[in-house]
Design a protein around this ligand. Structure first.
Ligand SMILES: *[C@@H]1O[C@H](CO)[C@@H](O)[C@H](O)[C@H]1NC(C)=O
Ligand SMILES: *[C@@H]1O[C@H](CO)[C@@H](O)[C@H](O)[C@H]1NC(C)=O
Ligand SMILES: *[C@@H]1O[C@H](CO)[C@@H](O)[C@H](O)[C@H]1NC(C)=O
Ligand SMILES: *[C@@H]1O[C@H](CO)[C@@H](O)[C@H](O)[C@H]1NC(C)=O
Ligand SMILES: *[C@@H]1O[C@H](CO)[C@@H](O)[C@H](O)[C@H]1NC(C)=O
Ligand SMILES: *[C@@H]1O[C@H](CO)[C@@H](O)[C@H](O)[C@H]1NC(C)=O
Ligand SMILES: *[C@@H]1O[C@H](CO)[C@@H](O)[C@H](O)[C@H]1NC(C)=O
Ligand SMILES: *[C@@H]1O[C@H](CO)[C@@H](O)[C@H](O)[C@H]1NC(C)=O
Length: 375
């Protein structure tokens, strides 16, 4: 049996093994050496040799390893290298992989559907391969039922998101942002129970946001800069762990549901540049440590919420281009961290709360066309 230790470049961390066992089986060695050849023997892989001999200081030397049984390659990290050419389908033979990181590699071609055959994968990072040929996300990837992390940002994906994405039951972190994805967001997207982060911003997605959310632990949702229509799902108002909701630059209409004001974890709300109407939930800021409140460029009416700064974390209130009435909340006057209040093009009235000008003298946008009803 060949006992193999793959050298790790200590800067690039080309390879990491799941534990101190550092042998690879013959098949895996062969696949790796062929990959190296396929990529024209890039200098960064010069230590992939047969027979390999060097070991990285972070790995226990093989002879000291307590367990002398055959191990497999669990983690392949080639991130942030410059490779010329594509990702060969033979990567699908490394069937014991738990982690595959091929981000920022300047690969071209398209992602091999065979990656969907790496059934033990938990992390798949293919993001920022900006030279990829425009292609769809292979639906075979949604067969990866153990996958927790799927990152394919900025890699020229087009076409739709496979409907089966909601069947990826282990999914925790989904990032398909900055691509050219079109069509509707599959209605099952928010089904995986452990889903925590959903980044689909800067695509061309249209239609409604899925209404049903089973992933009640969601922390971050960013669907901004798409072509989404319809209303904000009521179910988002049940996401008690949600800290960040970003839906700006869409065509969403309808109201901001009242229970959003009572979300206990909400820190950043960015729903500007939509077609939202109705009044703002009055409880915003009372129950969470709100930092950013950005609702500009909609058709919102009524008052600005009185309690935005109750938890004294507030940095920005951006609400210009609406149809808001009443006075600026007095509480903004003694809100220490507040840096930006932009409320022009509304029908606000009354005095600017004392203290406000001092706090925000530089960034206050006074391009104010509000009517001062009080004379
Ligand atoms: C990737 O694309 C950029 C710009 O289009 C180009 O300069 C670069 O050489 C390409 N890289 C590879 C590996 O083809
Ligand atoms: C990918 O890059 C390689 C090496 O630069 C080049 O020979 C090949 O034609 C490219 N393929 C595509 C599809 O762009
Ligand atoms: C995936 O792997 C299984 C065996 O593990 C094999 O039977 C099947 O043909 C493979 N599928 C693809 C698409 O390679
Ligand atoms: C969700 O996360 C919990 C805690 O990490 C884990 O025990 C459980 O197996 C996960 N569920 C799925 C479907 O992966
Ligand atoms: C989307 O596709 C268009 C052409 O169809 C292209 O010009 C543009 O760069 C693409 N955008 C991204 C983010 O890939
Ligand atoms: C939110 O997070 C806490 C831990 O911070 C956790 O106990 C709770 O179950 C999570 N989910 C919901 C829906 O509150
Ligand atoms: C904006 O919402 C109004 C109803 O408040 C609706 O009549 C109008 O069609 C919507 N406009 C767009 C561009 O969605
Ligand atoms: C603002 O609200 C008033 C009264 O509700 C209404 O008459 C007016 O048309 C609205 N303006 C805009 C720009 O929506």
């Amino acid at each position: 049996m060949t006992i193999t230790t793959i050298f790790l470049s200590f800067l690039l961390l080309l390879f990491g093994l799941a534990n101190s066992e550092s042998q690879l089986n013959d098949k895996e060695q062969t696949v790796l050496l062929k990959l190296k050849q396929h990529w024209q023997n890039p200098p960064s892989l010069s230590h992939w040799q047969n027979p390999p001999s060097l070991s990285h200081r972070s790995l226990a030397p093989v002879e000291q390893s307590p367990i002398h049984r055959m191990s497999h390659l669990r983690r392949l990290n080639l991130g942030a290298n410059n490779f010329y050419g594509n990702i060969p389908a033979s990567i699908g033979q490394l069937t014991e992989l738990r982690t595959l990181q091929l981000f920022q590699c300047e690969f071209n071609g398209s992602f091999p559907p065979k990656i969907g055959n790496l059934s033990k994968l938990e992390t798949l990072q293919l993001d920022y391969n900006v030279n990829m040929t425009a292609a769809e996300l292979p639906s075979s990837f949604t067969e990866l039922k153990k996958l927790k992390v799927l990152w394919i940002t900025a890699s020229n994906l087009n076409g739709g998101i496979p409907d089966t994405i909601g069947e990826m039951e282990a999914l925790v972190h989904l990032d398909l942002s900055i691509n050219n994805l079109t069509g509707k967001i599959p209605s099952s997207l928010f089904m995986p129970k452990n889903l925590s982060i959903v980044f689909l911003y800067r695509n061309q997605l249209s239609g409604e946001i899925p209404r049903v959310v089973e992933a009640l632990n969601i922390d971050v949702i960013d669907l901004s800069d798409n072509k989404l229509t319809g209303s904000i799902p009521d179910d988002f108002g049940r996401l008690r762990n949600m800290t960040y909701l970003s839906l700006f630059f869409n065509q969403l209409s309808g109201i901001i549901p009242d229970n959003f004001g009572r979300l206990p974890s909400l820190v950043n709300l960015k729903v500007y540049s939509n077609n939202l109407s109705g009044t703002l939930p009055p409880d915003f800021g009372r129950y969470s440590k709100l930092v950013e409140f950005k609702v500009a460029d909609n058709k919102l009416e009524g008052n600005l919420p009185e309690h935005l700064c109750d938890n004294e974390r507030l940095v920005g209130v951006v609400a210009y281009n609406n149809n808001l009435t009443g006075e600026l909340p007095k509480s903004l006057g003694n809100c220490n961290g507040l840096k930006v209040v932009t409320v022009y093009n509304n029908r606000l009235s009354g005095d600017i709360p004392s203290g406000l000008c001092v706090n925000i003298h530089k960034s206050f946008s006074s391009k104010n066309q509000n009517k001062d009803d009080n004379g």
